[in-house]
Design a protein around this ligand. Structure first.
Ligand code: HEC
Length: 114
């Protein structure tokens, strides 16, 4: 009886460790700040209805966020559009935190660098 337990422990311990590390790796990948714009839940909830799930434009006149115009726009101006709105673009100043807006701006910039 006791002999069986002594054999099982060295097998189970590494298995449990491996499972723990595998799960940690999966949850780390879901952190929005490391992801792309289209994978950011804030973008999908707030912006995709006008700018499209691929950010290349969709409805209510939302223009593509992948364009020469956006590429030429400074990060400060992009932040300003999202904070204060422009034309039919709603303002997000009171709705999103400045961290969320900064992440969006960085991800929009990253999308235009390809
Ligand atoms: C109700 C529809 C709508 C929603 C929701 C919306 N936008 Fe817009 N967005 C627009 C429109 C329309 C414009 C063009 C504004 C203009 O120039 O008149 C625009 C312009 C922009 C621009 C400037 C693009 C350029 O070519 O200069 C950026 C950047 C932008 N939006 C980002 C966002 C982000 C980020 C979100 C989510 C937080 C968002 N938008 C949500 C409609 C929307």
């Amino acid at each position: 009886m006791n002999d069986n337990r002594r054999f099982a422990l060295p097998i189970i311990t590494p298995a449990v460790c491996f499972l723990f590390f595998a799960l940690t790796a999966v949850s780390a990948q879901e952190t929005p700040a490391n992801g792309t714009l289209t994978a950011n839940p804030v973008f999908r909830d707030q912006c995709a209805k006008c700018h499209g799930k691929t950010a290349e434009g969709r409805s209510f006149g939302g223009p593509s966020l992948v364009s020469e115009k956006v590429a030429a726009t400074s990060t400060d101006d992009l932040r300003g559009f999202i904070l204060n709105g422009r034309g039919r673009m709603p303002k997000y100043g009171g709705k999103l935190t400045s961290e969320e807006i900064d992440t969006l701006v960085q991800q929009i910039k990253a999308l235009n660098k390809k």
